[in-house]
Design a protein around this ligand. Structure first.
Ligand SMILES: [Mg+2]
Length: 184
């Protein structure tokens, strides 16, 4: 499967979860599959979607927060894994789509395609709930079963992005509609 296929599976089971999505192609793909007011699309700050999702989880304890991150992005912010695992908010699911590449800049290889194992880094960081998914059919049942808790879900995919339109929203508009939804 490719990331686009994984995102379709994830999108189909979303209800009212707040989603923070990694910048670039993942956000563009997610927007084009199904835009929701509950989606916060990163337009910059590579690597920080997990940190933003963690802050959101702490400040919105009654809502479930899903972060859709990538291997390249989490590799440049590994400290976030320790912060999340040690504080372990009960409403955060960190989904890392690991395609072994920096997909938004031309699919240059990341080190997860060589020796680095993110599931082992996550375990060392202190995550107690780690799921590794390699088949598309596993995504829906595993995510549905997880529920509340602090979970890390690693979805291994092939490299490659879907050709989709850009998100026709300014970063300020994305922030405003997301904030309006949370604070209403
Ligand atoms: Mg990647």
């Amino acid at each position: 499967m490719r990331r686009y296929d994984a995102l379709k599976e994830i999108t189909e089971i979303l209800t009212d979860e707040l989603v923070v999505c990694n910048l670039g192609d993942p956000s563009r793909e997610l927007y084009n599959i199904k835009d929701r007011l509950e989606n916060f699309y990163m337009m910059g700050s590579m690597g920080l979607s997990s940190s933003i999702a963690f802050g959101l989880a702490i400040s919105q304890p009654k809502r479930k927060i899903w972060c859709i991150d990538g291997d390249g992005s989490i590799l440049m912010n590994l400290g976030s894994l320790s912060t999340i695992a040690n504080n372990a908010p009960s409403n955060l699911t960190l989904i890392i789509i690991d395609n072994g590449s920096y997909g938004s800049t031309g699919d240059q290889m990341t080190y997860t395609r060589r020796k680095t194992k993110l599931e082992i880094i996550a375990q060392g960081a202190g995550f107690e709930s780690i799921s590794v998914i390699e088949n598309k059919t596993e995504i829906s049942p595993i995510l549905k079963k997880l529920g509340w808790g602090c979970h890390l879900v690693l979805i291994k995919t092939m490299p490659g992005s879907e050709q989709v339109e850009n998100i026709p929203l300014l970063p300020e508009e994305i922030k405003k509609r997301f904030m309006d939804l949370i604070l209403k």
